[in-house]
Design a protein around this ligand. Structure first.
Ligand SMILES: NC(=O)c1ccc[n+]([C@@H]2O[C@H](COP(=O)([O-])OP(=O)(O)OC[C@H]3O[C@@H](n4cnc5c(N)ncnc54)[C@H](OP(=O)(O)O)[C@@H]3O)[C@@H](O)[C@H]2O)c1
Ligand SMILES: *[C@@H]1O[C@H](CO)[C@@H](O)[C@H](O)[C@H]1NC(C)=O
Ligand SMILES: *[C@@H]1O[C@H](CO)[C@@H](O)[C@H](O)[C@H]1NC(C)=O
Ligand SMILES: *[C@@H]1O[C@H](CO)[C@@H](O)[C@H](O)[C@H]1NC(C)=O
Ligand SMILES: *[C@@H]1O[C@H](CO)[C@@H](O)[C@H](O)[C@H]1NC(C)=O
Length: 253
C-alpha cells in the first residue's frame, strides 16, 4: 500500500503513471498525489472522479518555491502522520534549438526546470519520505542525457535538454551518496521514447507500454540500486536497430 506523488501528471508520462497506479490493487497502491501546475486537465479530473479515495489532485508548479512549499504542507496534512513512500520527479521541458548548440538560448530556463526544480521538490518532500521505510525517489531522465551515448543522438537538436538531463543524473548521484545510510533509494529512469506531446507521434512506444515498463523498474529496484541509471525493458526491443534499445540494463552516464 505505497503512497506516491508524481509531478507533471496532467498529461503525457505523468498522467500515464497516475492512470496505471489508479488501476492497481489496493494491496500495492495507497494514496496517489497527482500534481500539476493547473487543475484543468479533463483527463485527470475524470480519473480522480473514478478513484476519489485514491487519487488526489495537488497544485504544484515545480519552478515556484511557494507552490512547492504549499504542496508539501498539503500532502503532509493529507497523509496525517503517514509517510510518502515514492516520489516521481517527472515534469520536464525539452526546447528545440534549430541551429544546434550555439542556438541554445534557453539553457538557464531549462536548467531551472529540469534540475534546480527537481532538487527543490525532492528536498521539500524529503522529511515526509523519511518518515517511512520505502523512501524511494525516481527521476525521469532520458538516454539523451547519457554522455557515453551522445554521439548516437546528434540528429536531435535539443542541446539544453541533453545538458540538463546529464546534470540531473549527477544530482541524483549526489543525493544517493549522501542519503545511503538513511535508507533512501534514488534511481534515474530512462522511460523510452514515448508518444507524448514531447515525444511526438512517431515515437517508439505508446505511453502505456513505457509507463508499464517504468513502473516495473520502480517496483523492482531496492536500496542496492541507489544512485543508478536504468533503461526500461520492453519485449522485442532489447536488440532493435537504431539508436534506442530497451533492454532493462543500466545505462552508462
Ligand atoms: N516522451 C518521451 O519520449 C520522453 C523520453 C525520455 C524522457 N522523457 C521525460 O519524461 C518526462 C515527461 O515527459 P512527457 O513526454 O510526458 O512530456 P510532455 O508530454 O511534454 O509533458 C510535460 C509535463 O511536464 C509538466 N510541466 C512542465 N513545466 C512544469 C512546471 N513548471 N511545473 C510542473 N509541471 C510542469 C507538464 O505540465 P503542464 O500540463 O502543466 O504543462 C506536463 O505534465 C520528462 O521529464 C521528459 O524529459 C520523455
Ligand atoms: C479540480 O477541478 C475539479 C473540476 O473542476 C473540481 O471538482 C476539484 O474540486 C478541483 N480540485 C482541486 C483540488 O482544486
Ligand atoms: C491549462 O491551463 C494552462 C495555462 O493557462 C494552459 O496552457 C493549458 O493548455 C491548459 N490545459 C488544458 C488541458 O486546458
Ligand atoms: C529553488 O529554491 C530556491 C530556494 O528556495 C529558490 O530561490 C529558487 O527560486 C528555486 N528554484 C526553482 C527553479 O524552483
Ligand atoms: C533527482 O534529481 C534531483 C535533482 O535534480 C535530486 O534532488 C533527486 O534526489 C534525484 N532523485 C532521483 C531519484 O534521481
Amino acid at each position: 500500500m505505497a503512497s506516491y506523488l508524481i509531478t507533471g501528471s496532467a498529461r503525457g508520462i505523468g498522467f500515464g503513471i497516475v492512470s496505471l497506479l489508479a488501476s492497481l490493487p489496493a494491496s500495492q497502491v495507497g494514496k496517489v498525489f497527482a500534481t500539476s501546475r493547473q487543475n484543468n486537465s479533463s483527463k485527470l479530473q475524470e480519473l480522480i472522479q473514478q478513484h476519489p479515495d485514491r487519487v488526489q489532485f495537488v497544485q504544484l508548479d515545480v519552478t515556484d518555491k511557494d507552490s512547492v512549499k504549499r504542496a508539501a504542507a498539503e500532502v503532509e496534512r493529507a497523509l496525517d502522520g503517514k509517510p510518502l513512500d515514492i516520489l516521481v520527479n517527472n515534469a520536464g521541458f525539452m526546447p528545440w534549438a534549430s541551429g544546434g548548440i550555439v542556438d541554445a538560448n534557453d539553457l538557464a530556463e531549462t536548467f531551472d526546470m529540469n534540475v534546480v526544480s527537481v532538487h527543490n521538490v525532492t528536498r521539500a518532500f524529503l522529511p515526509i519520505l523519511a518518515k517511512g521505510e520505502t523512501k524511494k525517489v525516481f527521476n525521469i531522465s532520458t538516454s539523451l542525457g547519457s554522455i557515453a551515448h551522445a554521439d548516437k543522438y546528434t540528429h536531435l537538436l535539443v542541446p539544453s535538454y541533453k545538458i540538463t538531463k546529464a546534470a540531473l543524473n549527477m544530482l541524483t548521484k549526489q543525493y544517493a551518496l549522501e542519503f545511503v545510510d538513511a535508507g533512501f533509494t534514488f534511481v534515474v529512469i530512462s522511460p523510452g521514447w514515448l508518444q507524448t506531446d514531447m515525444g511526438g507521434e512517431s515515437a517508439d512506444l505508446t505511453v502505456e507500454t513505457g509507463v508499464k515498463a517504468t513502473l516495473d523498474i520502480m517496483h523492482s529496484k531496492t536500496k542496492e540500486d541507489t544512485g543508478k541509471f536504468f533503461n526500461i525493458k520492453v519485449a522485442g526491443w532489447e536488440n532493435k536497430e537504431g539508436p534506442n534499445q530497451y533492454d532493462g540494463t543500466e545505462l552508462p552516464w
